[in-house]
Design a protein around this ligand. Structure first.
Ligand SMILES: [Mg+2]
Length: 387
């Protein structure tokens, strides 16, 4: 079962402010700042073409009468905790994907909870009664199908894909629905007359490989609804972190920022090696005198590139960087394997450019050593760095 709250941040805002009922609500950056993106838009706002990750200025242009709000993460977390409590009461195998979304393995829960479909309905009802918010549910033989199913019914969705109905469910879907089919691959496939998942599933695996190269077999399998990844609890809690202890406490602001950049580069390299992405970022700052603080945020979309990590780390750290600092660290947690399976098309090309650049950095460092190349603003070498 995959459960995903509908327009979560915006729905929480509407829950807390009944005066927002029926209005387009857009949670994200301040449109007056001219920078930043939409974190969440409710369905009223989506009618105007506003969606998450859209630059906030464009959101404002498309929907100037919308209610623009800054995110209140602690409140979202409060409600998220209640929702996850319900998840954990159903099964010990809960895999969080983000603050408002999880896979739940129902294998073997039958004796305790009865029919999975009935259990899904009950869960949806309990979420509504407990939080006042609506979740969409997908139930299917595997993770890939369950995730598509919950999304397919949104908002207020409840979609069951039975074992013997998998191909019928998949065939009519747009090819872009398959994980791993971005705008570029999607366009190429459409140019070859492959518009739906069914079109791909009717190819032989050999011709899929010929057309799609390395990804051919995987995509062909997905097109047949084959996905054997287990629901893995805990993967959302694990994290990757990097920190630097300065040999001499640092007061120079540029040095602090360049250290964040270097840590971001290192983290991004490790995340690439593990093929993972994370939604929660935490910065750790230890001042001279050993007072240590952390600042954390859970993002609407998973990140993995150095640029993204650096931008978010700076945002969290900047207000706290005054004074003499002994240690800086960054941690990425809430990890997931699939990059932005729900990333909108926007921004992908830019992302790919950054990724290619960072991959080139990896290659050079692998061949010629860590010191062979690094960013011009991160050249300090005498500090102690820990993973
Ligand atoms: Mg959601």
């Amino acid at each position: 079962m995959h459960i995903d709250m509908d327009a979560f941040f915006a729905a929480v805002e509407q829950l807390d402010r009944p005066d927002l009922a029926g209005k387009p609500v857009i949670v994200g950056a301040d449109p007056k700042s001219g920078r930043g993106v939409v974190s969440a838009a409710n369905y009223e706002a989506r009618k105007y073409g506003v969606h998450s990750a859209l630059p906030i200025t464009q959101a404002f242009a498309r929907c100037p009468h919308g209610v623009f709000l800054r995110p209140r993460y602690s409140r979202y977390k409060e409600i998220s905790d209640k929702v996850f409590e319900i998840f954990h009461s159903i099964s010990s195998l809960v895999e969080p994907l983000s603050i408002d979304e999880a896979f739940i393995d129902l294998t073997g829960t039958g004796r305790l909870h009865g029919d999975p479909v009935e259990l899904g309905r009950k869960t949806k009802r309990r979420i509504l009664e407990t939080t006042g918010l609506v979740a969409s549910v997908g139930i299917a033989p595997n993770k890939f199908l369950a995730k598509i199913a919950s999304d397919f019914g949104k908002p207020d969705g409840f979609v069951v894909v039975p074992e013997d109905g998998v191909q019928d469910f998949l065939d009519p879907l747009d090819i872009g629905r398959l994980w791993g089919v971005g705008p570029k691959t999607g366009k190429m496939l459409i140019d070859h007359g492959i518009r739906t998942v069914g079109d791909l599933s009717r190819m032989t695996v050999e011709s899929a490989k010929k057309l799609l190269g390395d990804h051919g077999e995987g995509l062909w399998k997905l097109a047949h609804g084959i996905d054997s990844r287990p629901v893995s609890p805990g993967s959302g809690r694990k994290g990757i972190s990097k920190e630097t202890t300065f040999r001499v406490d640092v007061t120079d602001n540029n040095r602090k920022i360049s250290t964040l950049r270097r840590l971001s580069d290192g983290l991004a390299a490790r995340m690439r090696a593990k093929k993972t992405f994370g939604r929660t970022i935490t910065v750790k700052i230890r001042y001279s005198g050993f007072i240590t603080i952390t600042r954390s945020d859970t993002l609407d979309m998973p990140i993995a590139t150095s640029d993204d990590i650096f931008r978010e780390a700076q945002r969290l750290a900047r207000p706290e960087l005054e004074g003499s600092i002994r240690l800086l660290g960054i941690r990425i947690s809430n990890l997931t394997g699939e990059e932005g399976e729900q990333l909108p098309l926007f921004g992908r090309e830019e992302r790919n450019k950054t990724k290619n650049f960072e991959r080139a950095l990896d290659d050079i460092q692998k061949r010629f050593g860590k010191d062979a190349i690094s960013r011009a603003n991160s050249l300090e070498k005498d500090d102690i760095e820990d993973d």
